[in-house]
Ligand binder design. Structure first.
Ligand code: ADP
Ligand code: MG
Length: 463
């Protein structure tokens, strides 16, 4: 029995149903501390987390534990304690890397430290697991992958900045970190800093408050490579954006490489300063999309090899056909299957695997979406107000999102034209019809539109 695998599987499930912030806050430093008969003790970092998990998440955790252990676990308690083992011992089945950590939503390893000397080598924030060697290339990510490799061949060269964008769980963090790991491998002296944009924001605010701006600037403006993950979270944070702008310029002028990830292209990030947008667009932009069937199979096979776990072809194919959304879910499903069978000490068969995947079946994964959620998502994507969308104005900045809503209501929800008209503030059904036809026509040739729709759908179904 491997308790770590089991806990990874539990976390994998929880992660899917929680917001990233919640997941990170409450589960980052948890682990299974002890298993005795039918009871599990989960180690947590502090009393506050303990109380919170008891109150808010016990039911879900228990459910997950029971599913995975086939009902063996009957009792769940928490205990405040620090994780004793080094991170690499946590997932013993991974190999070849010194920085293995439980999969987190962003691959970021928090090491509470502001000590500048830690920045010298980028190790402290890079996870060795995320390297090019473990990244599977398919049609949907080959451009981003090639660009990332080109950056490694010539950091600070033509692909600067490199801006990688796409939906959740599609390998953006993996690629960013792969760039860092590869550059360190090639020349260990390279100073690499990987941060999420939240981390950058918090550092900045902390430095401002604590009068540590000089330190802050030293930290960010003297690196050779700056990797900023999930830049979309800088939206609306003007002070932070300003600081980032200056950081960016300083690095750029000195031919230092910058790689950025985002859930959407720069222009589509609401409330992002236009000077930042144009900086980002100066370099190379590459998107990552959902993997197709063949790529999903390749990913599963590779992950099995990494974990030295053998699964028959038909089982791999079955998983790949059921779990279609993104790579993170694919991994989650696989971890769950491995944990389940290791725990029970049995071989995986199609019959034993199917029930485990039931929560991933397309009909379930594709949560049903209401017109209201759809309107909300599109409004958020284009950064316009819902009331304006439902209102009478025909300004282009409103008319276009409105047409997209109508198109999606028809296409995704199979709504009737009259009902679409009604949902959109009482418009005529012919308006809905025209909108649908117009978007259909544009879609044929307009790649940006195709991409917008892809991202909107990802948002719609994954959150
Ligand atoms: P994102 O940052 O886009 O949300 P991540 O980079 O965190 O996604 O990827 C989620 C998980 O899927 C990670 O464990 C990552 O290693 C894995 N993954 C994503 N894309 C690939 C790929 N092409 N090949 C192998 N693993 C991948
Ligand atoms: Mg990420």
């Amino acid at each position: 029995m491997n308790t770590n695998e089991l806990w990874q599987a539990v976390l994998g499930e929880l992660e899917l149903s929680l917001s990233k912030a919640n997941f990170t806050t409450w589960f980052k430093q948890t682990f299974i501390s002890e298993v005795r008969d039918h009871a599990i003790i989960v180690g947590v970092p502090n009393l506050f987390t303990k109380a919170w998990l008891e109150k808010k998440y016990s039911k879900e955790i228990m459910q997950s534990l029971q599913d995975l252990t086939n009902g063996t676990i009957k009792q769940l308690t928490y205990r405040v304690e620090a994780r004793q083992q080094a991170p690499q011992q946590i997932i013993p089945l991974f190999d070849g890397s010194s920085q293995n950590e439980p999969p987190t939503s962003d691959g970021y390893q928090p090491r509470t430290s502001h000590e500048p000397q830690e920045i010298r080598t980028g190790e402290f924030s890079l996870n060795g697991k995320y390297c090019f060697g473990t990244f599977i290339v398919g049609k949907q990510n080959e451009l981003a992958h090639a660009a990332a490799q080109a950056v490694c061949a010539q950091p600070g060269g033509v692909y600067n900045p490199l801006f990688i964008y796409g939906g959740v769980g599609l390998g953006k963090t993996h690629l960013l970190q792969a760039v860092g790991n590869e550059l360190i491998r090639k020349s260990p002296q390279t100073r690499i800093l990987y941060v999420t944009s939240e981390r950058f924001t918090n550092d900045f605010i902390g430095a401002l408050k604590g009068g540590r701006m000089v330190e802050f600037k030293n930290r960010y403006r003297t690196v050779d490579v700056l990797l900023v993950d999930d830049i979309q979270f800088m939206t609306g944070k003007e002070g932070t954006q300003e600081e980032f702008f200056h950081t960016f310029n300083q690095l750029y002028q000195n031919n230092k490489q910058i790689v950025i990830s985002s859930d959407r292209p720069p222009k589509a990030i609401p409330q992002l300063e236009s000077r930042l947008i144009s900086r980002f667009e100066q370099g190379m932009m590459a998107d990552v999309g959902s993997p197709d069937f063949e790529t999903r199979v390749a990913i599963l096979e590779t992950k099995c090899r990494e974990k030295t776990y053998a699964l028959e072809h038909d089982i791999v194919h079955h998983i790949a056909s059921v779990v279609q959304t993104n790579v993170r879910e694919l991994e989650g499903a696989l971890n769950k299957i491995i944990a389940f069978h290791q725990f029970k000490n049995t071989r995986a068969t199609l019959d034993s695997v199917k029930p485990i995947l039931s929560s991933f079946t397309p009909s379930n994964t594709r949560k049903t979406v209401t017109p209201k959620q759809l309107i909300q998502t599109v409004a958020g994507y284009f950064d316009v107000q819902i009331v304006d969308l439902l209102g009478a104005s025909r300004q282009k900045r409103l008319a276009f999102p409105r047409q997209i809503i109508m198109y999606l209501m028809r296409e995704e929800m199979k709504a009737s034209y009259p009902s679409i008209g009604t949902e959109l503030g009482g418009r005529d059904h012919t308006t809905a019809m025209h909108a649908y036809e117009k978007i259909c026509n544009c879609l044929v040739a307009d790649e940006k539109l195709q991409h917008d729709l892809e991202l909107i759908k990802q948002k719609l179904y994954t959150y």
